[in-house]
Design a protein around this ligand. Structure first.
Ligand code: GLC
Length: 620
């Protein structure tokens, strides 16, 4: 098997001892999966392991199902990782049972040594007998959604909908969709799948990717990937598993997934926190992967703002919805990923500049969002009375917002108690829509202050019937209608008012809501949302999203058995049963950052420009 030309991917593999080449082998009833890394004639790179499976031909076509008994003779991701695989421990998934990894008790800080195993042993504090049944069903479904690569679990399929709706790319493993699955597995003590996912997606990071001859930055992580089982060298009886990533070059709208790398960093930290095993994040190739993502995000551009400038559709909302510019969701994930990376980057001279840039960005970003994205009754009233066209360094209305753009819905929507971070900010433009994920993850990652975080949850309580209604949680509020919908979405029939990304309700958001509630010690809000979800979610077959203002209908084009709806529910239940487990996802400012932030505040040109004598620990 020819190994490819020198590439970063190869470097990584060599570093990790990967790329072993095995001879061809055939025997009755066995189908061989050869693995390694090579460039095919059509330029597609293939990376994998060799395994031997007892699949029938029809079964082989669908390796995402567990129906094939796979006996892997090749290196597992463990040994790719140089971690622990060679100690002969079994690596199979035992989701409802106790894990078969022997040293879990030592490694997992969430493990209780009272014979009950994980503290999530009983997650039914919230529900009734029905709740228990729903939870059991969810674990079974999650287990069935697992995708295998050369016999090892590597991710979860986006949806297992067999109802006849077109599959599109829902049969792939999406990076963002896997995060709640990964967290559920971590909290349950199933670590292998998460480790495999982290290491294999890392290898995809340096894939050659182009769209019409143009390549995006090196640190880009794919939106999704598919495990394909293909005949090896034209021989139908010998197959190999290959990973086929999509960086947006095949995705509807050709959008680059900015959020994938950020989620990857967040999951990597959670893996370390949950297992207590830091050897994965300390690996040279993983450190390189973190740095590549950071370099891409921290690269200089034309911007005046510290927020990341991205195109429409670069995150969970992956089609045109008027969120291009500096959408809150990306900024919240960016901030959280920067904090996570800061914790994990090995202190070495080579990283000093990167760490300095990272620290500077953290301070500038939190200042910018907290100051300019925040809105509540008081701030709204300020905007309402803004003077415009201020040419000066000390302008109050820095972005030249015309008060007339305050939408009429907001005047009624804004409660006396509570506030939120707006969706986007550009010159002369504030997108006042409420985006749930951005607001929730600003709480989780600490981009919002403590007061702001409480105020966001206050708003969720005050506006329950608008934001939650019959099914948690609206992706954004309100929906775009009429002419606005035509112009902003390009008349997208999937994104009609109160459907899909345009004000649809997404059960997966339950998990982010729950993490945020746990951080702020307000579990009752998440509990109420979970109870509501339990009324319908299983009966409705775990839809991807719900439609209408009150989320009363299963979404028009919603997939059923959507994995992140299932996993999101499970994470919410696990956290309600064991709130302290939320700490694997939460980040807080340390005193160094608080200090730098207050220096920045006192130097705010809103107060006085060019103030002398303040101590500045970072170059801002
Ligand atoms: C849709 C969603 C996207 C998700 C994907 C797979 O495209 O907009 O966020 O990752 O489906 O579930």
């Amino acid at each position: 098997m020819a190994l490819p030309e020198a590439s970063l991917c190869l470097d990584r593999l060599l570093l990790s001892g990967f790329g072993a080449n095995y001879g061809k082998q055939r025997s009755l009833g066995l189908v061989e999966h050869r693995c390694g890394l090579r460039t095919l004639g059509n330029g597609i790179k293939r990376c994998g392991f060799r395994s031997v499976s007892f699949c029938r031909t029809d079964e082989r076509k669908n390796l995402t199902k567990r129906s094939c008994f796979l006996r892997c003779k090749c290196q597992k991701a463990d040994s790719v990782s140089g971690l622990t695989a060679d100690d002969g421990r079994p690596t199979s998934l035992s989701i409802n049972g106790k894990t078969n990894v022997n040293n879990v008790q030592e490694l997992n800080p969430l493990f209780q040594s009272d014979g009950e195993g994980f503290t999530d042993g009983n997650t039914n504090g919230v529900g009734t007998v029905d709740g228990r049944k729903i939870e059991e069903e969810a674990w079974d479904l999650l287990k069935e959604s697992v995708v295998y690569y050369c016999g090892n679990p590597i991710g979860t399929i986006a949806a297992s909908d067999t109802s006849g709706s077109s599959i599109l790319n829902y049969d792939q493993v999406f990076i963002r969709d896997f995060i709640p699955s990964g967290v559920a597995f971590l909290l349950k003590g199933e670590y292998d799948i998460v480790r495999n996912f982290i290491l294999h997606t890392l290898q995809l990071q340096s894939w050659e990717k182009t769209m019409d001859c143009h390549s995006p930055g090196q640190g880009l992580m794919p939106a999704s990937f598919k495990v394909r089982t293909v005949p090896l060298d034209g021989d139908d009886s010998v197959t190999e598993d290959v990973l086929d990533p999509d960086f947006g070059e095949a995705a509807i709208g050709r959008v680059a997934p900015v959020d994938s790398g950020l989620w990857w960093i967040i999951l990597l930290r959670a893996y370390g926190k949950c297992t207590g095993d830091l050897s994965v994040q300390e690996r040279v190739d993983v450190q390189t992967g973190i740095k590549m993502i950071l370099k891409l995000c921290l690269a200089d551009g034309f911007d005046m703002f510290p927020t990341l400038l991205v195109t429409d559709g670069s995150c969970m909302i992956d089609r045109r919805m008027g969120i291009h510019g500096h959408p809150l969701e990306i900024q919240a994930l960016f901030y959280s990923a920067l904090l996570c990376a800061r914790e994990m980057l090995a202190p070495e001279d080579a990283s000093a500049d990167l760490l300095r840039a990272l620290n500077n960005r953290l301070v500038a970003l939190s200042f910018h969002i907290r100051e300019y994205y925040w809105i509540d009754m008081k701030k709204l009233n300020e905007i309402y009375r803004y003077k415009t066209e201020e040419y000066s360094y000390d302008a109050v209305n820095k972005f030249n917002i015309y008060p007339d753009q305050i939408p009429s819905w907001l005047v009624d929507f804004m409660p006396a108690r509570g506030g939120y971070l707006i969706g986007n900010l550009q010159p002369a433009h504030m997108d006042f829509r409420f985006f749930s994920l951005g607001n929730l993850w600003s709480i989780v990652g600490g981009l919002a202050t403590v007061d702001q975080s409480h105020a966001i949850l206050d708003l969720v309580e005050e506006k329950w019937s608008e934001l939650v209604a019959d099914m948690p949680l609206k992706i954004c509020y309100p929906a775009l209608e009429g002419q606005e919908w035509r112009i902003i979405t390009g008349s997208d029939p999937k994104n009609t008012a109160w459907s899909y990304h345009n004000g649809g309700s997404w059960p997966t958001l339950l998990w982010q809501l729950t993490v945020a509630c746990m951080k702020m010690n307000r579990p009752e809000i998440a509990e109420k949302a979970v109870i509501l979800a339990e009324r319908r979610i299983s009966r409705d077959k775990w839809p991807e999203y719900y439609d209408t203002r009150r989320a009363r209908f299963i979404g028009k084009q919603s997939r059923l058995f959507q994995t992140w709806s299932i996993a999101g529910y499970l994470v919410a239940k696990l956290l309600l049963a064991n709130p302290s487990a939320a700490k694997v996802l939460i980040t807080e400012e340390d005193s160094e950052l608080v200090n730098a932030f207050s220096c920045m505040l006192s130097a705010n040109p809103r107060r006085k420009r060019g103030q002398k004598g303040f101590k500045q620990p970072f170059i801002i």
